[in-house]
Ligand binder design. Sequence first.
Ligand code: FA5
Ligand code: MG
Length: 366
Amino acid sequence: MNLLSSSKSILKVLSKEVQIDSTYFNIPKNILEKIPCQLHRKENHPVNLISKKIQCSLTDYVHLNDINPVVTKKENFDDLLFPYDHPGKSRSDTYYFSESHLLRTHTSAHQLKLLQQFDKFTLTADVYRKDQIDKTHYPIFHQMEGIKTFHKDMLMALKYCNDAFSEEQIMTQECHSVDEVKKVVTDLKSQLTAIIRNLYGDVETRWINTYFPFTQPSFELEIKFRGEWLEVLGCGVIRQEILNNAGKGHMIGWAFGIGLERLAMSLFDVPDIRLFWSKDPRFMTQFERNGLKTKYQPFSSFPAITRDISFFSPNSFPIPENDLMDVVRNHGSDLVESVYKFDEFHHEKINRKSFGYRIVYQSMER
Ligand code: FA5
Ligand code: MG
């Protein structure tokens, strides 16, 4: 492997040497090989085009895009106040080098360190997750994290919008007044709305209340894409403990994390997330020619085929679905478009469960 050379139990990931614990390591070769691609930094790649365009809406921010994807479990989860037993920490959700080191699952993994250095910044980066397989999910994708902090006494000057949220539905943090939170949320939502308007002109959007361990209140933004709502970002008011730990107890702030492929799919009309990894020149040349104005023209019209598999899962050890997805993606590579369960059956006599999964194969290129 090119930039990744393994010797004994050390793996070099870009410029960082990582110790591997073979009993914990669960990263397939096809994932490791893609780490050097850094699509978000590749000129004219749709993910790069979108991230640059968003950066233009955030003029006085520091913009970062070159931070190594290997982080500690502490940075990815504990620093962000994830509960001890959060399912995202499991080896069925996250790619681990060892018990302590992993491939970041989100750009928020760098919040604490970057908050110590900057008041307003964005970070664009590759992130890694074991996840479902379909047209909008891929085990490697790209996020942009954005953070803005305010001196609490400067909030006085800010105005708030009364429909920033309805008070009955939203829990604020104990240390914040409703007035402070409304001001910060108004600023956050208007910044994100401006980013979306700047990208699309007009598009149907809606805000959903949600939960993240590291923000409160928290929201998701969805946009209408091909007749369906597509979640494009998570955001919220930063938990004050994180600001305190970063030495910024006197400040209050908001954070967002945008899924860049999701935005690129809807903006450029790209029907399948796998296309962003296509090495076929007929993909990239469209973006080199038309930049942000590209409306993707499909170059393959080969039909999909489906294959069904069924298997018994041992009662004592039910197979986590994400592990199954990982195996299918690893063997079927990017020919696999989607995988879904279509049947589940409990065999009374032998007291075991059987599952039926459908695998849809479709090449994007031939
Ligand atoms: C997060 O990752 C949070 N770190 C976002 C955040 C940052 C919240 C700062 C609050 C403050 P989430 O898991 O929802 O949240 O992912 C954020 C976005 O990434 C999603 O809205 C979606 O657009 C994109 N995304 C998530 N999973 C995938 C996937 N498998 N493939 C492609 N895009 C994905
Ligand atoms: Mg989400």
